[in-house]
Design a protein around this ligand. Structure first.
Ligand code: FAD
Ligand code: NAI
Length: 461
């Protein structure tokens, strides 16, 4: 067998590992280079998985503490912090080892080390040169920082530090009311921290449906999370026993301060391509460092890029789909990603889930649409479960009835959005969902009722 690889993938996150596995399945000679000790990238090691493990455990903790008694269940709840962290770490270990197993099963060579592109057919891994026909860059992203604020991962933390705090902070200030701020802010609030979110904009969750943003804010406030909207942090003073956070209105105005034990900085992430050698081989990036691609191809023949280091939503499943599509294209197949149907989920309680266009985007694009909406207060399963916050909204084209977007806030919204993704992938009309039998009593009936609402025949309210 030739020593030349068909594909070398740089980065073993969801983009890279799925690309490598699919390439292996298609019979390509493939290696995946990862500089971290374990495979799985940001998502498995310090992102999706550990955050969801903590969200799940703390949701149960809070329910046991606050909701069980109402249902006639008596408990006495206390926190074993060490075990909470150990349980999360065990989940991460199991899943990262799972990728190593999948590599073996699918003939992917795992090369541990840092990859640097020498030329379109050569990758250097810590001094060793490897020959290849194709290179896939899947090096992901890193946390964006604020000028003058240094992350020490102890008192001033990024999401990585916030996943491993050694004790529950008394007061936590979260800079950024986006996905990480609300998810990890929820984790520590549930465990007893007083959490204040400082958000630059006058709303949380930029890019989400405006009604969802408003209801989310109302519910999180009801849960005793505090918000300073329309504010930016200008500095953090590290005192011996506390942090003094200085902020001012985004549009200018008087300074104010907040005390904190821990500050979580989560103002977005930026592409990570450090040390890859992009300048030397002239791969084009934009002003913010994202690699420019056209159907995953960079401007240099034979070099491809996917996932967080390229444009589009920074989501694991987006990276994964791109990884599969690139492997298929390299193998001569028609790999494809439908960017109109990439769901986004915020795993708070209630969950927030969306796919497709928002009302605001449709209005701005001048696309005529009809909306159907159904609240969980009118859904029998939500009432039986005592989880009635939220609603489902479906947007369909005014003339063709094709579903253009769906937006939900409610318990299990992250699971339920899958139904809308399948419908949209098949270019379903809202009537297709409205006339599909849904089991009773289920939360998914709210989806059907919202779809009925598009034509104005919602039955249950
Ligand atoms: P990454 O996962 O970042 O993987 C890139 C890998 O490349 C890394 O392991 C890195 O070590 C390696 N690498 C970089 N340079 C080199 C080099 N030169 N040589 C060798 N290896 C290199 N997304 C979701 O969809 N759902 C979620 O619930 C979710 N939760 C998240 C929670 C948090 C706290 C964070 C931070 C992110 C979360 N995300 C979530 C986003 C998700 O983690 C990313 O979108 C996803 O990991 C991107 O995959 P990727 O393969 O592009 O990059
Ligand atoms: P984000 O883009 O979701 O939110 C950042 C927030 O910070 C925005 O609301 C922004 O307006 C605000 N902000 C920016 N500068 C600020 C400043 N100076 N002061 C105050 N606020 C400021 O980014 P986040 O939460 O850091 O997450 C990064 C990425 O990770 C996201 O792109 C997301 O896709 C991904 N992620 C996905 C998750 C999921 O799918 N459930 C979970 C966690 C992360």
């Amino acid at each position: 067998m030739s020593d030349t690889y068909d594909v070398i993938v740089i980065g073993g996150g969801p983009g890279g590992y799925n690309c490598a596995i699919r390439a292996g399945q298609l019979g390509l000679k493939v290696a995946c280079i990862e500089k971290r000790k374990t495979l799985g990238g940001t998502c498995l090691n310090v992102g999706c998985i550990p955050s969801k493990a903590l969200l799940h455990a703390t949701e149960l903790y809070e329910a046991a503490e606050k909701d069980f008694a109402d249902m006639g269940i008596k408990t006495s709840v206390s926190l074993d912090h060490k075990q909470l962290m150990a349980s999360k770490d065990k989940t991460v270990d199991g899943l990262t080892q799972g990728i190593a197993y999948l590599f073996k099963k699918n003939n992917v060579e795992h090369i541990s080390g840092t990859g640097k592109i020498v030329d379109p057919n050569t990758v250097d891994v810590d001094g060793k040169k490897l020959a290849t026909k194709n290179i896939v860059i899947a090096t992901g992203s890193e946390v964006a920082t604020l000028p003058g604020i240094e992350i020490d991962e102890e008192r001033i933390v990024s999401s990585t530090g916030a996943l491993e705090l050694s004790k529950v902070p008394g007061k936590m200030v979260v800079i950024g009311g986006g996905v990480i701020g609300l998810e990890l802010g929820s984790v520590w609030r549930r465990l007893g921290a007083e959490v204040t979110v400082v958000e630059y904009l006058d709303h949380i969750l930029p890019g989400m449906d405006a009604e969802v943003q408003k209801m989310g804010l109302r519910v999180f406030k009801k849960q005793k999370m505090k918000f300073k909207l329309g504010h930016k942090v200008t500095g953090i003073e590290k005192l011996k026993t506390k942090l003094k956070v200085t902020m001012e209105p985004s549009k200018g105005g008087d300074e104010a301060t907040l005390d904190a034990d821990v500050v979580l900085v989560c103002i977005g992430r930026r592409p990570y391509t450090e040390g890859l050698g992009l300048d030397t081989i002239n791969v084009t990036t934009d002003k913010r460092g994202f690699i420019e691609t056209d159907h995953f191809k960079t401007n240099v023949a034979g070099i491809w890029a996917i996932g967080d280091c390229t444009h589009g939503p920074m989501l694991a499943h987006k990276a994964e789909d791109e990884g599969v599509a690139v492997a298929e294209q390299i193998a001569g197949k028609a790999g494809h990603v439908n960017y109109d149907v990439i769901p986004g989920v915020v795993y708070t309680k209630p969950e927030i889930a969306a796919v497709g266009k928002t009302e605001e985007e449709l209005k701005a694009a001048g696309i005529p649409f009809k909306a159907g909406k159904f609240p969980f207060t009118a859904n029998s399963r939500a009432r039986a479960n005592h989880d009635t916050d939220g609603f489902v909204k479906i947007l369909a084209h005014a003339e063709t009835d094709e579903i253009l977007g769906a937006h939900m806030i409610g318990v299990c919204a992250g699971e339920m959005i899958g139904e809308l993704c399948v419908a949209m992938e098949f270019r379903a009309a809202s009537e297709d969902i409205a006339r599909t039998c849904h089991a009773h009593p289920t939360l998914s009936e709210a989806i059907r009722q919202a779809a009925m609402g598009v034509e104005g025949w919602t039955m249950q309210m």
